[in-house]
Design a protein around this ligand. Sequence first.
Ligand code: MTE
Ligand code: MO
Length: 376
Amino acid sequence: GDYSNEPSRRPELVVNSKEPFNAETPPPLLVKDFKTPVDLFYVRSHGPTPDLDVSSHKLEIGGEIKPAIELSLSEVQTIGQHVTIDATLTCAGNRRNELNAIKKVKGVGWEISAIGNATWTGVRLRDVLLHAKANIDSPHLHVEFIGEEDCEEKTKYGSSIPMTKAADPKGDVLLAWMMNGKPLTRDHGYPLRIVVPGYIGARSVKWLRKVNVIPQESQFVYQQRDYKLFLPHVNWDTVDALWDSAFSLSELSVQSAICEPEKDQVIAKNSPYTIRGYAVSNGRRITRVDVSLNNGADWETADLVQQDKREEKGFDNRYWSWTLWQFKVGKFPSPCTICCRAWDSSANTQPEQARNIWNLRGVMNNAWHRVEVRDH
Ligand code: MTE
Ligand code: MO
């Protein structure tokens, strides 16, 4: 790939891979704002960053849509009502480093910040599909998204979601051109990207070039290989026979993490300290976050500081934004291991040990998050 025309980036970002660019937010900055600043938002790219010209960029709607339709960004913008939705985006590989520490996994390393919360403005994918006269009532169809760039895997970036999510008016899937009220930046998909709230970030395709209505899941590696779960005993010799029967990841499970203190931080014994973190669960409301100061032997309830206000508007299970929480400690019992776990409105919670959910691709780690604190 040609990496000679990459955009400039904030020096605060923690870079996990330079080419392609993969970087995450320092955890204390992550919990400062309910909406993550765009230039501090994690970046996960599989190839060089496109530098697209909005005046010539075209979106194609095809697959079963025949003949295919070509749309400019301004034409996309006239198709439906403009909608603004708050949604957290998170990579299925978030917290991969903890799995890698147990046993080596394959994939870009991530600590706890391959996640961010933003406001997205666009038109509903549902309206675009209706405009293209797609059969949105067919439950067997899938909608595939293809990006503009050539990835390091020597293919375009492609992925899909089921029509049932794509066309669900409560699914809130957008063709978005704005993030936090400004045009998308190059790193986040300028000029147009898909945003699939509640699904793994891999489905929110950036630099969107094509939308295809197709009879089965996308055949791109990013759908068929990269984002699948296996048992802990499956290794690189045995996985080949299992790829096709394993399901492609889509909806996220319940997740939470401690952003302050950071790992190995020093907190003087018996001093006051406020623990902060995030929690999110695929549209379900976060109902409780528990914190333990002794590695899970005893638990207390954290304060939910800020969360999506969708309930006031009468919407169910569309809490796409994360919840920020805090737990104030009067006398910190350093040294200790603190941990957190979240619960959602269906009483889903997180598994105790990452080793039980270890998988060779290192995806979907939502084990209790532990942070060791020192006293000097
Ligand atoms: N879209 C394209 N075209 N190319 C990519 O590499 N990466 C995906 C998704 N969309 C990707 C893409 C993955 S794995 C994630 S987690 C999100 O974009 C990250 O979005 P962000 O970089 O805006 O945070
Ligand atoms: Mo991702």
